[in-house]
Design a protein around this ligand. Structure first.
Ligand SMILES: Cc1cc2nc3c(=O)[nH]c(=O)nc-3n(C[C@H](O)[C@H](O)[C@H](O)COP(=O)(O)OP(=O)(O)OC[C@H]3O[C@@H](n4cnc5c(N)ncnc54)[C@H](O)[C@@H]3O)c2cc1C
Length: 359
């Protein structure tokens, strides 16, 4: 009889893993939402609203042999998972790929894609109506959002505030290049300054905003872009689980977050040594697919090669369709032309149309 694998979470890890495993074992992917929401497009959709619907993919054609079940998982154990309706799904191996949460305008909270639609449209209108905008956070999201707004609404005054250098944690040349290009687009970039006394860290609000050095930024609209929150609720109660400073669950070198030998975790929820990005997850998924097959065939995980994260983490950062700066695997730092060809032009939407067989 085929071995059973239950994957919790149909995000970037869960969908690709389910597709690569369904030929070899009995796969059930449990996802609470009706649609996969392609996160990078949620930034550009704020200035190009027709993009939003093009970035939502139904799960019905994702798998041909396995099944996608629309439900929320409430608990994970060595024997399988329990759904919110109390039903138990037995499994030989369980993968927790529950990802992370963000502001509702960028990522659906819980099961409701309608909440994401409404929040994304509302923020798009606020951006449209504001003459001056401050974005707080110099990670990829904040940088990209500043660039996307300024690329199509050059008349708006956009300020980007970061308490570190831009895209901190990556090759410093990436942040330097992005800062220079944002400057050319007309974005005012303030680095090394913390925005203080923010009334909230999720969701836009009316400015002004104060900086630690006492300066005040007189923005009509302030958009916090302060990082994702890992969804670890299913992993936290498992025996032997440890958390990292950024709230992820620390995995062993074979992607196991706890003492349970058949429970695996990947993507944003678990720390495998990669950043919380799609490109980080894209290295983990093929490794996990290969090693799960070995595990299900009865091989001891600790006798198979351990996972090795990206040594120089890649990141692609478009600033609108035409400008950008990226770090790619193998080739390293690339500029606007390559960033546009690889990501800026179509935000990888053709890849997801193919994955979800929607055209
Ligand atoms: C606006 C934005 C833009 C981004 N752009 C980029 C980019 O351009 N490039 C890049 O590399 N990274 C980007 N990222 C980061 C990227 O989105 C994450 O790294 C990625 O989503 C992580 O994938 P994942 O599979 O771990 O989890 P997720 O994609 O977060 O998916 C987790 C899934 O699990 C489901 N789930 C959670 N709990 C349960 C449960 N209990 N039961 C059932 N289902 C559950 C959720 O509904 C969700 O669908 C962006 C992030 C944001 C917010």
């Amino acid at each position: 009889m085929n071995k059973k694998v239950v994957i919790v979470g149909g995000g970037y890890v869960g969908t690709e893993l389910a597709q690569s495993l369904e030929r070899y074992c009995d796969v059930t992917l449990v996802e609470r939402k009706k649609f996969f929401c392609h996160a990078p497009a949620m930034i550009r959709s704020l200035v190009q609203p027709d993009l939003l619907e093009k970035a939502l993919f139904p799960y019905d054609k994702l798998l041909q042999r396995g099944q996608v079940m629309q439900a929320s998982v409430m608990a994970v154990s060595e024997s399988g998972v329990t759904l919110e309706n109390g039903k138990a799904l037995a499994a030989d191996a369980i993968v927790v790929a529950t990802g992370s949460s963000h502001d509702t305008a960028f990522k659906a909270p819980g099961a409701s894609v309608d909440d994401l639609r409404a929040a994304n449209r509302a923020l798009a209108q606020q951006i449209e109506g504001a003459a001056s905008i401050a974005i707080i956070g110099g990670g990829a999201l904040g940088v990209e959002l500043a660039g996307e707004i300024k690329a199509v609404r050059p008349q708006k005054h956009v300020t980007l505030v970061s308490d570190s250098s831009l895209t901190d944690g990556y090759d410093p040349r990436l942040g330097q290049g992005l800062e220079a290009k944002l400057g050319l687009l007309g974005v005012e970039v303030i680095t090394g300054q913390k925005a203080v006394d923010l009334p909230q860290t999720r969701g836009a609000f009316a400015g002004p905003v104060r900086l630690a050095d006492g300066r005040e930024i007189a923005a009509e609209l302030v958009i916090p872009a302060l990082g994702s929150t890992p969804n670890t609720a299913l992993l936290d109660p498992l025996p032997g689980v440890e958390k990292t400073a950024d709230g992820r669950v620390r995995n062993d070198r074979w992607m196991r977050p706890s003492e349970l030998p058949n429970v695996f975790a990947a993507g944003d929820a678990a720390d495998n040594g990669d950043q919380m990005t799609i490109v980080g997850a894209s290295r983990q998924t093929p490794w996990l697919a290969r090693n799960l097959r070995n595990f299900l065939a009865g091989k001891r995980m600790d006798l198979t090669p351990a996972y090795g994260p990206w040594r120089r983490p890649p990141l692609l950062v478009p600033l609108g369709e035409h400008v950008g700066q990226s770090i790619l695997p193998v080739v390293g730092l690339v500029g606007s032309r390559t960033t546009r060809l690889v990501k800026g032009r179509d935000l990888f939407l053709p890849k997801y149309r193919k994955l979800f067989r929607t055209g």
